[in-house]
Design a protein around this ligand. Structure first.
Ligand SMILES: *[C@@H]1O[C@H](CO)[C@@H](O)[C@H](O)[C@H]1NC(C)=O
Ligand SMILES: *[C@@H]1O[C@H](CO)[C@@H](O)[C@H](O)[C@H]1NC(C)=O
Ligand SMILES: *[C@@H]1O[C@H](CO)[C@@H](O)[C@H](O)[C@H]1NC(C)=O
Ligand SMILES: *[C@@H]1O[C@H](CO)[C@@H](O)[C@H](O)[C@H]1NC(C)=O
Ligand SMILES: *[C@@H]1O[C@H](CO)[C@@H](O)[C@H](O)[C@H]1NC(C)=O
Length: 527
């Protein structure tokens, strides 16, 4: 068990701002309309050390990091001018990436634990040596009078105070990929060590998952996590299940269409978990890193650069509603025992995810595939597909007992574009192990069915649809991605107590690239 810790369109240079409403879920009298705050995220084109695998002196490391911090300084001032109360910078944005365990040493600072010590690096710089980056970030928060979250590398001596019995790394020190949060007067209020590393040679996995939140006077509680963490249970789902509704997410996200592009998946997480996600990404075209946003369950303010756009930073600022903590609910299934499976109870029964045992007993649907199926790989996973080549249809495809159904009607059918409905239930094992149940409608890359599941970014065809799957998890993340990286908010979304999730949408504005219901079977990750 993790320990719980608490502290405190297609034009160049255009920001896509999409604000649509889930009319079905939100009533006009919703209390969240009462209070709001202004959030900002900065997508940063990180200035890299050209030789990250060669150790450098502290002086050289600082000279490098000051270049990125100079840009942070400008952006913090701009954010403050626009009224931002909280500003988030991306993962790796100060130091960069591709270090080895020893080449990063000059970049490390020992970040004091804010739960043990109250320290304002800006006003008390002498208290801890070798903390120039912390001091600069703290002064940035203080000067601009905003809460600030940034990511930096942390060096902790072994044994760890918070986990004295854990085995030391062979070189006797812990090195963590770390988020730090500062109050608007510069006080260091939270420190979170990344749990789910993505091939980061320079860092250690914390011996125990950390669940870290901090409080603000304008919006209550925020939770912290980092990049690859968003795909796993700890700490992301732990925070959600604790009722934390506002999550801060520095990332260096490498886009992976058709299902895991930044804006697509990050907005899907926000919608599926019914939380606000402040997502700040790196901009680095060579590494396919781009796409940041301020996502709430009702709106998305995001930026996703398109081919040919200049490789540069982008500040996003948006006023968003305060999300009050939801009552941590008991199993929603109880409410329906009398009602039977047909009573697709409305969405408001729970806050997204569930523990493994509360939703694993539904009766498998009858399987009668009326259309020929084929297998094609999508991001290394063998999806079972059916083609959507009629002018309208009601098709179903299964992978084992997991079934996906699509009712569709083309509004605009470009016959040079092939589409398919795919289902996958199984363990994804390339670049990470995570168990999935996914229903996805994709535009295939070509007219050959073997191209279904490959990367496509543009489309003309539009359909009205209802997509449904019978999931064995309540953690299902829905998304609609249209041509050139634009998001649409589903018209309606329903989760039934038996695990069925239904997404309906009509009158699409853009051509359909992918729509999916991305279910995470966290409890099967280690099987
Ligand atoms: C990161 O390091 C690896 C191993 O040395 C190298 O192959 C790769 O090109 C580097 N990537 C970047 C973006 O520097
Ligand atoms: C900081 O470093 C200086 C010089 O090495 C040393 O004299 C001083 O005691 C150190 N201060 C702290 C708080 O560790
Ligand atoms: C999502 O949150 C809103 C507002 O906080 C609430 O009214 C709604 O019932 C929640 N929806 C779900 C599916 O839990
Ligand atoms: C759609 O594809 C199926 C399977 O390849 C084929 O049997 C059917 O004739 C096609 N229908 C149309 C309208 O092209
Ligand atoms: C899903 O389909 C793949 C490919 O056909 C198959 O290997 C796998 O066993 C299926 N999964 C389930 C849960 O039946």
């Amino acid at each position: 068990m993790p320990r719980v810790k608490q502290t405190g369109r297609n034009m160049l240079f255009v920001i896509a701002v999409v604000s649509v409403y889930l009319a079905l879920v939100i009533s006009p009298t919703d209390s969240t309309a009462d209070s709001s705050y202004v959030a900002a995220v900065y997508e940063h084109k990180v200035i890299l050390n050209p030789g990250p695998r060669t150790p450098v002196s502290r002086h050289e490391a600082l000279q490098h990091m000051q270049k990125n911090l100079d840009i942070y300084e400008e952006q913090a001032a701009r954010a403050a001018q626009q009224g931002a109360q909280i500003l988030v910078f991306p993962e790796d944005g100060i130091h960069g990436f591709n270090f080895t365990r020893s080449s990063i040493v000059g970049y490390l600072e020992t970040i004091p634990n804010p739960q043990e010590e109250s320290w304002n690096p800006c006003t008390e710089p002498e208290r801890h040596n070798n903390t120039e980056v912390l001091q600069r970030l703290s002064c940035m928060a203080r000067r601009n009078n905003l809460y600030l979250v940034a990511n930096m590398p942390d060096l902790q001596p072994c044994p760890l105070k918070t986990s004295p019995s854990s085995t030391c790394p062979p070189d006797g020190r812990w090195q963590f990929n770390t988020n730090v949060a500062f109050r608007s007067d510069g006080l260091l209020i939270a420190r979170y060590h990344k749990q789910n590393l993505f091939f980061e040679q320079s860092f250690d996995t914390p011996p125990e998952p950390e669940v870290i939140t901090f409080d603000t006077p304008f919006a209550g509680k925020f939770g912290l996590f980092i990049c690859f963490d968003i795909l796993f249970h700890d700490p992301a789902v732990v925070l959600v299940e604790m009722g934390v509704r506002q999550l801060i997410f520095p990332t260096a996200w490498m886009n992976a269409l058709p299902l895991l592009d930044s804006v697509q998946f990050h907005s899907a997480f926000s919608l599926g978990a019914n939380v606000t996600l402040l997502s700040a990404n790196i901009r680095n075209d060579q590494r396919i890193m781009k796409g940041s946003g301020i996502y709430t369950p009702f709106s998305a303010t995001y930026h996703h650069a398109w081919k040919g756009d200049p490789e540069e930073g982008r500040l996003l600022v948006a006023r968003v509603p305060v999300l009050e903590p939801l009552e941590v609910k008991q199993s929603a299934a109880k409410e329906v025992e009398a009602g039977g499976v047909e009573s697709a109870s409305s969405v408001a029964t729970d806050s997204g995810c569930c523990h493994q045992d509360s939703c694993d007993d539904h009766s498998p649907d009858l399987v009668h595939p009326s259309h020929p199926t084929f297998i094609s790989f999508m991001f290394h996973d063998p999806f079972t597909f059916v083609l959507l080549n009629e002018t309208q249809g009601d098709v179903k495809v299964c992978n084992g007992t997991f079934c996906c159904r699509l009712q569709y009607r083309w509004l605009l059918q470009d016959h040079k574009e092939l589409y398919a409905l795919g289902a996958f239930a199984g363990l994804h094992t390339v670049d990470g192990r995570y168990a999935l149940q996914v229903c996805a409608v994709v535009r295939c890359a070509g007219l050959d069915q073997n191209s279904c599941g490959q990367v496509v970014e543009e489309a003309e065809s539009k359909m009205d649809f209802l997509l449904e799957g019978n999931f064995d998890t309540k953690c299902v993340y829905p998304s609609i991605l249209t041509s050139r990286m634009f998001l649409e908010q589903p018209e309606s979304l329903q989760k039934a107590p038996d695990g069925r999730v239904t997404m309906k949408h009509s009158n699409m504005k853009g051509g359909l690239v992918t729509t999916c219901l991305y279910g995470r079977m966290y409890h099967l990750d280690n099987e």
